[in-house]
Design a protein around this ligand. Sequence first.
Ligand SMILES: O=C(O)CCc1cccc(O)c1
Length: 488
Amino acid sequence: MSGPAPVVVVGAGPVGSTAALLLARRGLDVLLVDRRPGPYGLPRAVHLDDEALRALADAGVVEEFLARSRPMAGLRLLDARHRVLAEFRRRPDAGRHGWPQASMFHQPDLEDVLRAAVARAPHVEVCRGVEVTGVEVTGVELAGSEQSDRSVTVTLSDPDGSRRDVVAAAVLGCDGANSTVRGLLGARMRDLGRPDRWLVADLRSAAPLPVWPGVHQVCDPARAATFMPVSGDRYRFEARLLPGETPDDVDLPALLAPFGARDAEVVRATEYVHRARVADRWRRGRVLLAGDAAHLTPPFVGQGLGLGLRDVHQLAWKVADVVTGAADDDLLDTHQAERAPHARALVRLAVLVGRLMTGGGAAAAPVRRLVLAAVGRVPAVAAYATDSRTPALRRGPLVDRRGRAGRRLAGTLVPRARVRVDGRECRLDDVLGPGPAVLETAGAVLAVEAGGRRHTVEDVDGTLTAWLRAGRATRVAVRPDRVVRSAR
Ligand SMILES: O=C(O)CCc1cccc(O)c1
């Protein structure tokens, strides 16, 4: 790789690969490194919501993802006898972003799609089997001990043991739960809940199992469990391990029997410790964390990977602006300021939902239906349960939540609505383009100003008009990551 210093992305999992594609689409050279010699190959994440798909869309892989995933019907809470306590439906057709509201997938399928896209991307070089052993922020000495932190020297250890230094324009640590970059950056994880030991089993069944096509959460204090169809012939079963119990002690066929899965092939059954953690520091100079390197969540609201994809969607344009000199390095301060509260809110929601569904011991079981109804009225839980909407980003330099419309819309995603422009139907994102944009009502029609051009936009099915009306807004400024910056 010659020419300008690349952005080094550490970790070629789904978050790092998406980051590499997003940066490359903005014209940056990217060096994507991973300590593993080959793909990881084991499934972990199984669910993405339609908000997270905006990141895959801007990375250019959403259609291939959809071809290999399956719409998910929602979340069903069952009691110990598998009677339905509550059900939260997800739209399988097209939610406000034009895709199923929730999708289930086999992680290696997503990794295949991303790997192929990275291989096609002209600006991305991939180095596998390479360890990052040092990250040195090399800034210009300013007054006193302050540094301007403008470039980073990354030390890489190659498979033959040799070391080399790469000067990077920025480094993104997308290297997962045991992130090396996090350690080199001097960050520490802060616990938001207790670790929780679960058995995680990946199953296959040639004959389709007779189950509802959504996530089943068994709220049994004696044995909390989750069962879900993934995609194709794949299913996932998880069960909380009792104190001192190992996966080998669990009578898996007996636990699978109520789902008609007693005879399913067990591809993998392993212990997994669910953790609730957020890093205390996400940035040093131009070294930044994203994905599991920055936060770990229990799976109860299915947001682990989605959080990471949102991180890099919101980070890529900022890094591009800083590296190309279009913005000051201060812009990178907004990464942790915006993403950490959002991650913390979702991790806490997952901990709360997990506790409500599975905690409280035997005494809680008879009242769980009442408790669920009461908590369903807590706004954050209700919004998530009914609409799968994650919290708005907090107010900050890039999110102006002043005024009635600002409070309602700023920090949320603009819908990826169906629009018609010059007689051609497309999605709003196609008109917004890769940069900042403004959407406003212009008399009886809508107009979009983007990339120095003004387009008259027809709102094909009324989604945008209804969204603007509900937000009491006539004009919204939209950031490159589709987040509303301000509304009035
Ligand atoms: O709330 C949703 O739509 C996702 C629910 C979900 C997805 C995957 C795992 C899980 O435990 C819950």
